[in-house]
Structures are given as structure tokens and as C-alpha cells.
Design a protein around this ligand. Structure first.
Ligand code: FAD
Length: 333
């Protein structure tokens, strides 16, 4: 009979993941293993966050280089423009292109606490849309049409060259950006980013499928045509959930926060967070989401468990819910 399988096998929609650059050597080693596990499910891309102001530039690049050197996964670099001059933003984009990264998530980033939008702290680029434009310009200057392609074969790349996806993604806010004046502004800002050349939107996390589906509907009505990937995070402990609420300004549903709060057992908390995220994922996919962008918090267990549950959702005889088996510990780890 069919063997029970830990791996995600049934066709799933395109999956992508988000990581943040590790702060210590030990965390960097652990993250390498996490990336290897995430790469096993063949994600469309893995994105790496960027500290506004450039504080994490080198550490972000290290993670992106690891992906280029050790996996076949498309690395996507988050970049922020807040506080930088045109010249600095140009240099930054070039540096990532030179490292071999050709997909970006273009963000404005947040000015330092206390700075008003009119302050110098904002820099030359006033919005993510301007960074999108700049990324396209730098890429065009660097690779004039025809270069690095096989002559005579339109669209073909040189043999052995990495595929050149050149995605330029942007952020979208289903429940509104904290500074937004209203829901129509969030659609207008997204449309401006698409007009500037964005090819994909990734949403801030949200807790109800209707938040995402309603936003997509408003965006389509407002003229937005690019795919809008739902950003979903399995949150498996109450402390992280309340921190996230502070960071994003998006209140979590009471059922989830109370559920995590009253559950003393870490394994049970894990199961609660995974179940919430997989139900939410199933609902947005049923509503037409073009894929799933999973926030990993630099751990593979919870996001792979979400995918495992989704994978088995249509199974006529589901095997008991299982967390994908951890990598066997190797000597010295
Ligand atoms: P923008 O699209 O420029 O918009 C920001 C807000 O400014 C708008 O909502 C609007 O209110 C206002 N605005 C913009 N343009 C105009 C205009 N023309 N007229 C009037 N108002 C305007 N931050 C990081 O520092 N590093 C990261 O790696 C990072 N990754 C993220 C990933 C995702 C998926 C998301 C959703 C957010 C991420 N952020 C990150 C946070 C992001 O930098 C902040 O939310 C920031 O406040 C807004 O960035 P933005 O790219 O949406 O900006």
C-alpha cells in the first residue's frame, strides 16, 4: 500500500517564504539548515528582510548568497529606501544585483521613531513606488537588451546561466497601512506601485480570510492587475503574538490569542498556531489566492506543518496530522 510520507507531495499552489537575517553565528548555522528544509518543498522564492536604514545589509546579503550557492531557490531581497539618497539607493541595488540577486521586494521602510513624513529622515525617495522605478532603471542600465541572452533566440538565456526572474514585489496592506487615511488610499498606493513597475504584491499578515479577499476585490475594482500573495504566519506562542500585534498594528482574533494564552503546553500551542494558519490558508486559496507567502520566523517546523495539513486536506483517508519529521541530528549538532 502507499507509504506514509512526511514530504509535501500533492500539488500545492506556489509557496514562498520570508526569513530575516540572523544576528549571531549560531543563528546563522541554524538558518542554513532551515533554508535547506524550506528548499525541499521547492518554493517559488524565499525572501530575506532588510533593516530600514541598511543596518542588516551585509547579513541579508550573506543569507541571499547562501541560497544562491547551496540551493536552487530564487532569493528575493527586501530593500528599503527610507533615509537614503538617490545615489545610495542606486549603489544598494547594484550591490545586490552584483551578488546575483535579481528579485526584490521594494519597500519604503519606516523612518526612525519620531520623524515626521516631511522630515529629512525620509530621504530622496518618498515612497516604495520610486524604489520600484529605480530598481528597474538600474537593471536596464546594467543589462542592455540582448546582453547575456542567446543571440537569435528571443527570451533564451545563456546555457548554465541562472534563470533571470527579475521579480519586483511590493507590500500591500489588507487591513490598512498604519498611516493610511482609508481603505481607498491603500488601493491607490498599491496601484501606484504597479504603475511604477511592480510585478507582484505581498500582503502584511492578516487574521481573517475576508480581510484579504475583500482587499483583493477592492484592488481589482481599483485597477490593480498584479497577483496579490497572501502573507500568512503561523504563530505558535502567545508572547510572539502580542509582539506581532504591536509591530503590525493588526489585532489578532481573541480566539487565537486566548487559545494560546490558556494553553500551557508548547506542543499544543504549536498545534493551535498551525491549525489557525492552515485554516486561513485553505480559506484564501478557496477564495482564489494565487499562492501562499509564509512568514517563517526563521523556523521551518511550523510553516512545513501548515503545508502538510493543507496537503492532506482533500485526502479521502487523511493520515493523522503529523509534523514533518525533523532532520536527523548529525554528529556534533
Ligand atoms: P509605501 O508603499 O511607500 O507606502 C507607505 C504609506 O505611505 C502608504 O500606505 C501611504 O499611507 C503613504 N504614501 C505612500 N505614497 C504616497 C503618496 N504618493 N501619497 C500619499 N501617501 C503616500 N520594513 C523594513 O524595514 N524591512 C523589511 O524587510 C520589510 N519587509 C516588509 C514585508 C512586507 C510583506 C510588508 C507588508 C512590510 C514590510 N516592511 C519592511 C514594512 C514597511 O517598510 C512599512 O510598512 C512601511 O511603513 C511602508 O512601506 P511601503 O513599502 O508599504 O511604503
Amino acid at each position: 500500500g502507499p507509504e506514509p510520507d512526511d514530504a509535501v507531495t500533492a500539488p500545492l499552489p506556489p509557496i514562498s517564504f520570508e526569513l530575516f537575517p540572523p544576528r549571531t553565528d549560531a543563528a546563522a548555522i541554524a538558518l542554513g539548515r532551515t533554508i535547506d528544509r524550506l528548499a525541499d518543498v521547492d518554493p517559488a522564492f524565499i525572501s530575506v528582510t532588510f533593516g530600514a536604514g541598511g543596518s542588516s545589509r551585509d547579513r541579508s546579503l550573506t543569507v541571499l548568497r547562501y541560497m544562491l550557492e547551496h540551493t536552487r531557490v530564487e532569493p528575493m531581497a527586501h530593500l528599503t529606501c527610507v533615509g537614503s539618497s538617490h545615489a545610495e539607493a542606486n549603489r544598494l541595488v547594484r550591490e545586490f544585483l552584483d551578488a546575483g540577486v535579481t528579485s526584490f521586494l521594494a519597500l519604503r521602510g519606516d523612518p526612525p521613531a519620531g520623524a515626521a513624513d516631511a522630515d529629512d529622515a525620509i530621504g530622496d525617495l518618498r515612497s516604495a513606488a520610486e524604489l520600484v522605478q529605480l530598481i528597474h532603471r538600474v537593471q536596464e542600465e546594467r543589462e542592455p537588451f540582448g546582453q547575456s541572452r542567446i543571440p537569435g533566440i528571443p527570451g533564451a538565456t545563456a546555457i548554465g546561466a541562472r534563470p533571470r526572474p527579475e521579480r519586483v514585489a511590493v507590500a500591500a496592506f489588507p487591513t490598512g497601512h498604519p498611516r493610511s487615511r482609508g481603505t481607498s488610499q491603500d488601493v491607490d498606493v498599491l496601484l501606484a506601485k504597479e504603475i511604477a513597475g511592480a510585478t507582484l504584491a505581498i500582503t502584511q499578515l492578516f487574521w481573517h480570510a475576508d480581510d484579504y479577499l475583500g482587499f483583493v476585490q477592492r484592488a481589482r475594482a481599483g485597477g490593480v492587475g498584479i497577483p496579490i500573495l497572501p502573507g500568512i504566519m503561523p504563530v505558535t506562542n502567545p508572547a510572539r503574538l502580542s509582539r506581532l500585534e504591536q509591530l503590525t498594528g493588526v489585532p489578532a482574533p481573541a480566539s487565537l490569542s486566548i487559545g494560546l494564552e490558556i494553553e500551557p503546553d508548547a506542543d499544543e500551542q504549536f498545534a493551535i498556531g498551525v491549525e489557525y494558519a492552515s485554516n486561513l490558508s485553505a480559506e484564501v486559496l478557496a477564495g482564489g489566492a494565487p499562492g501562499l507567502h509564509l512568514y517563517t520566523f526563521n523556523r521551518h517546523e511550523a510553516v512545513l506543518a501548515v503545508l502538510g495539513r493543507l496537503d492532506r486536506a482533500d485526502d479521502p483517508a487523511p493520515v493523522p496530522a503529523r509534523i514533518p519529521a525533523p532532520t536527523p541530528a548529525t554528529a556534533g549538532t
